[in-house]
Design a protein. Structure first.
Length: 277
């Protein structure tokens, strides 16, 4: 990511913060003033990264939009063959590959694994990313809970692993994810039931949503809606494993481990890009 891209990431992150904190929609002039940019320049930068104008984006953030999204962009997940323990999929316009740790290795609590980690910037605020030599195994937004709490939250999932702050080891995968191009790899570390839920999430197209009950049916456990909700909440790789696309049947957003403002922003971002694309 070059210096110009990094600068624009900061601009968009601050703009999203202002939009989300506002009680009423902000005008283009007001947003541009806060970003210390001309309205025309800010509009171009915002539309480049988000895909639509600031005005249109704010319509996606309206509280009632989740219900509209559920009614118009609901995805019915295929059942048997949609969920496996290996494969590849198209996500966020990048080619994402993943593999899952075996149940036996998961039971070891990460023993023998070296997990590299670092702090990065994104359009949705700062994030912590973690990865093994096989791919990213953790990615969490920190704006709501802070860097230290987010690190502890992820690290405690693999208590016997060795952790090294070596961001350059995983930066290519993080950049591929944030730039929505290149080749991003995941190393999914979880219990067998969790893996099924997370891989079901991977089948939800960008700009679409589904429900917890639909996911439960997709993995062959239609009565396990509560357990599915727990597994969705325990997803360690935000955004790439899109737990933000799971809504309650009522159309309510439900919870989000990294904060509801982030979930709303992620859904609005994807819907905007879907419309623009």
């Amino acid at each position: 990511m070059d210096q110009s891209d990094r600068y624009h990431y900061h601009v968009i992150r601050r703009a999203l913060d202002h939009i989300d904190a506002a009680d009423t929609p902000l005008s283009l002039d007001a947003l541009a003033t806060r970003m210390e940019m001309s309205p025309a320049h800010f509009q171009r930068v915002f539309s480049r990264w988000v895909g639509v104008s600031p005005k249109r984006y704010q319509q996606y953030l309206a509280l009632g939009y989740a219900k509209t999204l559920l009614a118009e962009n609901f995805t019915t997940l295929a059942t048997a063959d949609a969920v496996g323990l290996s494969g590849s999929g198209r996500l966020h316009d990048l080619f994402l590959t993943w593999e899952a740790m075996s149940p036996g290795d998961f039971a070891k609590g990460g023993a023998g694994l070296t997990i590299h980690w670092g702090c990065f910037e994104s359009p949705f605020g700062p994030l912590i990313a973690m990865g093994t030599h096989r791919g990213l195994c953790g990615m969490g937004f920190t704006s709501e809970m802070g860097d230290e709490a987010a690190y502890d939250d992820l690290a405690r999932r693999w208590p016997k692993a060795a952790f090294m702050k070596t961001p350059d080891m995983i930066r290519p995968w993080v950049d591929a994810a944030l730039n929505m191009n290149g080749n991003a790899k995941l190393h999914m570390i979880g219990a067998p039931f969790q893996l099924k839920v997370w891989e079901a999430l991977l089948t939800i197209p960008s700009g679409h949503v589904t429900t917890y009950s639909e996911i439960a049916s997709a993995i062959g456990s239609p009565k396990a809606v509560r357990a599915v909700g727990t597994a969705v909440g325990r997803n360690p790789v935000s955004w790439l494993i899109p737990c933000h696309r799971a809504l309650r049947k009522s159309g309510a957003l439900g919870g989000y481990h990294w904060g509801l403002p982030v979930k709303r922003a992620l859904l609005a971002w994807e819907s905007a890009r879907e419309e623009a694309g």
